[in-house]
Write a protein that binds this ligand. Structure first.
Ligand code: NAD
Length: 265
C-alpha cells in the first residue's frame, strides 16, 4: 500500500478490471497509492493486470457480479490481504443483445440486466458493510450516457444503466450516515473492447462521427479512470448521490442518428 498519492492508504475493489476502463482504473488508483483488488470473470486477464501493477499493491480474484458468494469472496480478499475496504467501483458490464426490443427474448433482456443492474446492487450490498467497518469511503457506479437518454437497439442496457443512476441516489441517502459516498459516472463512447462488438451489423467506432463531438474524439479509458479517481478520493468529500458525465459533450445536444429505423411490422 502506497503512502503517497491521492489514494494513499486506501483499498479499492474494482469489478470488471481485466480490461477496458476497469483495468485503467486499477492502474491509475495504484499509481496514486491505493491497493487494488481486481475482480473479473476473466480472471487470467485480471491477473496479468495485477502482476503488471505488482503483488504488493494488487491482487486478482474470480468475480462474477451476478453471484452474492462471489462478491463475499472479493470483499474478504480486500480485508484479508490489504486490511480493509474503502472504495468499490462497480465497473463490470456488458453491452448485451443489440436488437429492437420487440425482437429480444426475455433471456436476452435478463442477461444484460443481471450483470449491469443486479450486479451493481449485489456489489453495493456486499461492500457497504465492509466500507463502513473501515470508517467510511466511496462507491463509484459506472452507468452510461445510456442511463440519461435512450438508444435504439439498447433497451436492456438502458434499463440497467437508468437503474444504476437511481440506485446510486438511494444508496447515497442510506449510507451517508456511515460515511460512505455514492456517485455515478456516465461515460459516452469510450475506446474499449466493448465497442469492438458489432452493433446490428455496424461497427460503432467507424460509424459514429466522434470528430463532431465538442471534444473532437472518442473517449479513452484513462478519461474515465481520472474521474473515478477523483470520486474515490477524499477530494470529492462533498459529492454524493450525484451524476458525473464524461462524454466529450455528446449529451449537450448534438443528435446524429447512427441507424435508419425500419418500420415496425
Ligand atoms: P469491457 O468489455 O472492455 O470490460 C468489461 C469487463 O467486465 C470485462 O473485463 C469483462 O470480462 C467484465 N465482465 C463482464 N461480465 C462480468 C461479470 N458477470 N462479472 C464480472 N466481470 C464481468 O468494457 P468497458 O467499456 O471497459 O466497460 C466498463 C463499464 O463502462 C461497463 O459497465 C460499461 O457498460 C460502461 N460503459 C462503457 C462505455 C464504452 O463506450 N465503452 C460507455 C458507457 C459506459
Amino acid at each position: 500500500m502506497g503512502t503517497h498519492g491521492r489514494l494513499a492508504g486506501k483499498v479499492a475493489l474494482i469489478s470488471g478490471a481485466a480490461r477496458g476502463m476497469g483495468a485503467a482504473e486499477a492502474r491509475r488508483f495504484a499509481a496514486e497509492g491505493a491497493s487494488v483488488v481486481l475482480g473479473d470473470v476473466r480472471v487470467d486477464l485480471a491477473r496479468e493486470v495485477a502482476d503488471e501493477i505488482g503483488a504488493d499493491a494488487a491482487a486478482a480474484i474470480a468475480l462474477d457480479v451476478r453471484r452474492p458468494e462471489s462478491w463475499a469472496d472479493a470483499v474478504a480478499m480486500a480485508e484479508d490481504r490489504f486490511g480493509a475496504l474503502h472504495v468499490l467501483v462497480n465497473n463490470a458490464g456488458i453491452a448485451g443483445a443489440q436488437k429492437r426490443f420487440t425482437d429480444l427474448t426475455y433471456e436476452e433482456y435478463l442477461e444484460t440486466v443481471e450483470i449491469d443492474q443486479h450486479g451493481v446492487f449485489l456489489g453495493m450490498h456486499a461492500a457497504a458493510p465492509a466500507i463502513a467497518r473501515a470508517g467510511g469511503g466511496s462507491i463509484v457506479n459506472i452507468s452510461s450516457v445510456n442511463g440519461q437518454f435512450g438508444q435504439a437497439f439498447g433497451l436492456p442496457y438502458c434499463a440497467a444503466k437508468f437503474a444504476v443512476r437511481g440506485m446510486t441516489k438511494v444508496a447515497a441517502l442510506e449510507l451517508g450516515s456511515s460515511g460512505i459516498r455514492v456517485n455515478s459516472i456516465h461515460p459516452g463512447a469510450v475506446d474499449t473492447p466493448m465497442l469492438d462488438a458489432d452493433v446490428n451489423g455496424v461497427d460503432p467506432k467507424s460509424m459514429f462521427p466522434y470528430h463532431k463531438l465538442p471534444a473532437g474524439r472518442i473517449g479513452a479509458p484513462e478519461d474515465i479512470a481520472n474521474l473515478a479517481l477523483f470520486l474515490a478520493s477524499d477530494e470529492s468529500a462533498y459529492c454524493t448521490g450525484a451524476e458525473f458525465t464524461a462524454d466529450g459533450g455528446q449529451t449537450t445536444g448534438i443528435g446524429l442518428p447512427m441507424f435508419r429505423m425500419p418500420t415496425l411490422g
